[in-house]
Design a protein around this ligand. Structure first.
Ligand SMILES: [Fe+2]
Ligand SMILES: [Fe+2]
Length: 186
């Protein structure tokens, strides 16, 4: 674990490294609360933004090379690819083979239908980790610590509203994720 923490400290800016640690700690807490693997949640949190500081051009190139483009939105907003590209890179460069980790990293920005527990934990931990400051973050935290799927659904709703309000392209996977969570929340 320590080698991955050191590697990310080296790789990321100070604030994004602090964000990654915040996601890792929040993910570990949520994993404990909801009966998931705490170490795996922490590791996934540390690694989730592995590709976040690549340029738009690098993300697009890698997205095309690895066949990761699933929606027009990714061409217009290549930052949407940092999850899928990150999943490919941590497999290739760090030898991470665990499919739950790779899936959680891949879909941590958009969500997807059929999100498993680890993917849900990372999605919402990314949203509510202690360094996040936006008006509804406290209410999202409360929801996520009371009911994981309700928390993820609230996060997806909040993202979708933000994207619409800011005239950005809405990623199809976020719509699929929201519809799936709405029908499968427990
Ligand atoms: Fe991210
Ligand atoms: Fe993040």
């Amino acid at each position: 674990m320590n080698k991955f923490i050191a590697l990310m400290k080296e790789r990321l800016s100070c604030s994004r490294y602090e964000h990654s640690l915040g996601v890792a700690r929040t993910a570990r807490e949520l994993a404990k609360l909801y009966g998931a693997d705490e170490d795996k949640a922490f590791l996934t949190g540390i690694l989730h933004d592995y590709a976040k500081e690549l340029s738009d051009q690098e993300l697009l190139q890698l997205g095309i090379k690895h066949n990761l483009i699933v929606d027009q939105a990714e061409i217009k907003q290549p930052q949407l690819l940092h999850g899928p590209v990150g999943a490919v890179l941590i497999k290739e460069e760090l030898g991470i083979e665990d499919n739950e980790i790779l899936t959680a990293v891949r879909y941590h920005t958009t969500g997807c239908s059929g999100m498993d527990k680890l993917s849900q934990i990372i999605y919402i931990a990314d949203y509510i980790e202690p360094n996040r400051k936006f008006p509804e973050v406290d209410s999202l935290r409360k929801i996520a610590y009371a009911n994981l799927t309700e928390g993820v659904l609230a996060g997806l709703n909040s993202t979708i509203k933000y994207v619409v309000d800011n005239h950005q392209l809405l990623h199809i996977l976020s719509v699929e994720a929201r519809n799936w969570m709405l029908q499968n929340k427990g």
